[in-house]
Design a binder for this molecule. Sequence first.
Ligand SMILES: *[C@@H]1O[C@H](CO)[C@@H](O)[C@H](O)[C@H]1NC(C)=O
Ligand SMILES: *[C@@H]1O[C@H](CO)[C@@H](O)[C@H](O)[C@H]1NC(C)=O
Length: 346
Amino acid sequence: MQAFQVAPRRSIILAISIVTLFVVLFKFYGDVPYEYYRNYGPAEPMAPIEVNNDKPQPGYFKSQPEWDFSVPPTAKGWNGYARVPKDRDVIVLTASDGGGHNSAIPNVLERVLDDRQKYCDRHGFTNLWLNTSRYDIGEAHRTWSKIPAVAEAFSLHPTAEWVWLIDTDIIIMSPDTSIVDAIIAPNAIESGLMRGTPILDGQLKDHPTNISTPSDFRVEDIDILITQDHQSVNTGSVFFRRTAFTRWILEMMTDYTMLMGKEHVGAEQDALKHLMLEHQLVRNHVGIYPQRKFNAYVQGGNTMGYRDGDLMVHFAGCWVGGKCKDWFEEFWGKKGSKEVWRPEAQ
Ligand SMILES: *[C@@H]1O[C@H](CO)[C@@H](O)[C@H](O)[C@H]1NC(C)=O
Ligand SMILES: *[C@@H]1O[C@H](CO)[C@@H](O)[C@H](O)[C@H]1NC(C)=O
């Protein structure tokens, strides 16, 4: 009799323990990629290694499977969707081969990747570094290879909804700020985009294009978020949403005969600028935010130059005066700081 009563109680306790174990396992499963631990060592930067990304592609990038990323049925038409993404479906993408002007800054790639990993951990975003050396982009300048990296990011992370492509020479200065709340969420897009603002092709006073962003738009249609400096859109910091439009524009930007294979001083940046100036359809899908929202420069007036509280600073053009290292270290020392440093009135 005694044994008869104990047995069911034991099995109930056992069953509850097993269910609890599974709940706990599944709750945390996938939160932290294993690569994170694999590379962990005391006092070492914890940059994630993309295992799919260490071999050169076997041929021209547009014929590779990574380029052919899928788009969900909700976003297959011209009219996309608008929703707040899950944090893990937001990718912070650093696409670089580690070379270029940035090599003036000691260990810049390791340092910014480690810092971006911390930013992603804080908000639950996915940090991704892709080595752009592996893309065969023909004779085109290497900076075009950021575009296949965007496609590869969508391909490697099939549930990713937004990819934030940021150059290496950028420091996230206000890591408390969530890019979802501040930039990507439908209400942020609705209230933040510049309506009827001139699209630049050189300085406005010298080269008026007479073309502006739409005076009204549907948030569902906005698939790319970008900023302009005093001369043109800048591709140092851009957001792409997984939609049919995004697939199409990545293909158009890298059209080899008309754009990528030709001499364009601003490379992929000129391609996007050209498509915006030429096509109403493109203007309807590319939203322009005020520059300091996610692309403040080291120097510049109140619309362009970094001020306390701005999300990030971009060292665009720092090589011109050989200032990259000094500027980088100065800002690196102030990241996350709440003290008054660069107030509006200078
Ligand atoms: C990127 O890949 C190329 C070719 O495989 C390699 O030479 C280069 O060192 C890699 N860059 C970094 C930063 O690891
Ligand atoms: C813009 O408008 C001005 C004034 O009408 C004109 O002089 C200029 O040529 C136009 N620019 C372009 C690129 O059409």
